[in-house]
Design a protein around this ligand. Structure first.
Ligand code: GUN
Ligand code: FE
Length: 433
């Protein structure tokens, strides 16, 4: 079924190697028309050029004063941590023990996993996020529940069961063999079913034995087009601990690299305290990084060196990292990213920020041929943004002097109130009340 959407339309036409190049690829159509057919972008241009292409039977969805953008891409989030956002007072390792592990235990129950999957996807949609790379728990039921819910609206979700066989409470541990078998079964069941994709998900080096990481590597070899999703160099105590646990490896990233877990479809969350050899390894293997500013500030982990990633042409996407992160909302995440970069004397522009949240995120998930902008033929996942959702936003919008200024105000003041409509697979899936 064909849909016709009339609004201002904004996207970035092409993947870039440096932030200065984004502006020249920016497409902004003040009075635009987008035609969507069968879940795909069929045509984008000005209203004047396109209005005669709309079949008579099609109702025009007109959003005056709103901006249509590609749906946001969240490259690192834990769905079983929504109920513990704002857990007080700890940094990474104590936070995991005191808050995270007890929370994740609840996902052994399939009904609970179902209920929370529905909640989680609703939160993504009300925040304009249409694609996410998601951690489940150690329980395969948790992943089944999430994929079942995502399949119901044909949403592009990448997820995996956590593999963890040591250094956590017994009730959350599997074994190398069990994790291998369960992961394999989940890959066979879900990977490439509709728009769903599977990520092999060892939690992080400290909670996996070498035998388990070898199993993860074996799975990656058997299913080379699956993803690998894990954490890397988030916290200084964590890094010291990895060096004690894996003395035979040449640093934290080498633990993953040695087991065949780096590569173009590997996404490493955080990457705050990387050594030069680790930057080199990410670059050489074309691995991607999830930049999670709200989490990195909240847990006091540190400041991600985004400029270094650009210089080395390493793919970066934005991650909310719920529940160490404090918001599902991508604009709030960008707002904090700006501050993280301010502390390092780098000015994160609105164009760079929106690139990272859309096409850059898609690129870091190797999905830029399918999502991330409005190229004809791509999947029709998009948001209708209200840039004036609050009195303060209205005031600032009226005094904005350029598109860059308007977008910067949006990422500074925007939140879930800015999301007026969300479309997934060409269908309306969220309307602001
Ligand atoms: N490292 C290992 N597990 C986790 C987690 O659940 N959240 C964060 N932020 N870091 C981790
Ligand atoms: Fe995380």
């Amino acid at each position: 079924s064909i849909k016709a959407i009339r609004a201002s339309i904004l996207d970035i036409a092409s993947v870039v190697d440096k932030p200065e190049d984004i502006e020249q690829h920016l497409r902004f159509i003040e009075d635009g028309l987008m035609l969507v057919d069968n879940g795909r972008i069929e045509w984008v241009g000005t209203w004047e050029e396109g209005k005669d292409k709309i079949p008579d039977s099609v109702r025009i969805r007109s959003y005056p004063g709103k901006i249509v953008m590609p749906g946001f891409v969240d490259t690192h989030i834990h769905y079983p941590q929504a109920e513990m956002v704002g857990a007080y007072g700890e940094q990474l390792l104590e936070w995991l023990n005191n808050y995270t592990f007890p929370t994740e235990a609840r996902y052994k129950d399939k009904d609970y996993s179902r209920e929370m999957s529905a909640f989680f996807l609703k939160q993504l949609l009300r925040n304009g996020t249409t694609t996410a790379l998601v951690f489940g728990t150690v329980h395969p039921e948790s992943v089944d529940a999430l994929f079942e819910a995502a399949e119901g609206i044909n949403m592009r979700i990448i997820a995996g069961k956590v593999m963890m066989d040591r250094n956590a409470p017994d009730y959350l541990l599997d074994t190398p063999e069990v994790s291998y078998n369960q992961t394999k079964e989940l890959i066979e069941k879900w990977h490439k079913r509709g728009r769903l994709l599977y990520a092999i998900t060892p939690r992080f080096a400290p909670t996996s034995s070498p035998e388990q990481l070898a199993m993860a590597g074996k799975l990656k070899q058997e299913y080379p087009d699956t993803y690998v999703h894990t954490h890397l160099c988030e916290n200084k105590n964590e890094i010291e601990w990895v060096k004690e646990l894996y003395p035979e490896q040449d640093g934290y990233l080498d633990v993953y690299h040695h087991h065949g877990l780096t590569g173009p479809k590997s996404v490493f969350a955080h990457c705050i305290h990387l050594e030069d050899k680790e930057w080199d390894c990410l670059q050489e293997t074309d691995s991607a990084i999830a930049f999670c500013p709200t989490s990195n500030l909240y847990l006091g982990s540190g400041l991600f060196k985004l400029q270094e990633a650009w210089q080395r042409n390493i793919k970066v996407g934005m991650g909310t990292d719920i529940g160490a992160g404090t918001t599902f909302n991508m604009m709030q995440t960008l707002n904090e990213a700006y501050k993280v970069m301010q502390l390092q004397q780098h000015r994160l522009s609105a164009f760079e920020a929106f690139y990272l949240a859309t096409l850059g995120g898609a690129k870091s998930l190797s999905l830029d041929h399918l999502i991330g902008n409005f190229e004809v033929g791509k999947e029709a996942d998009f948001v209708v943004i209200d840039p004036c959702a609050t009195p303060l936003q209205q005031l600032r919008y009226d005094s904005s002097k350029s598109l860059a200024d308007e977008l910067f105000v949006l990422m500074t003041l925007g939140d879930d109130r800015s999301i007026y409509r969300t479309y997934v697979d060409g269908r309306l899936v969220y309307e602001r009340g």
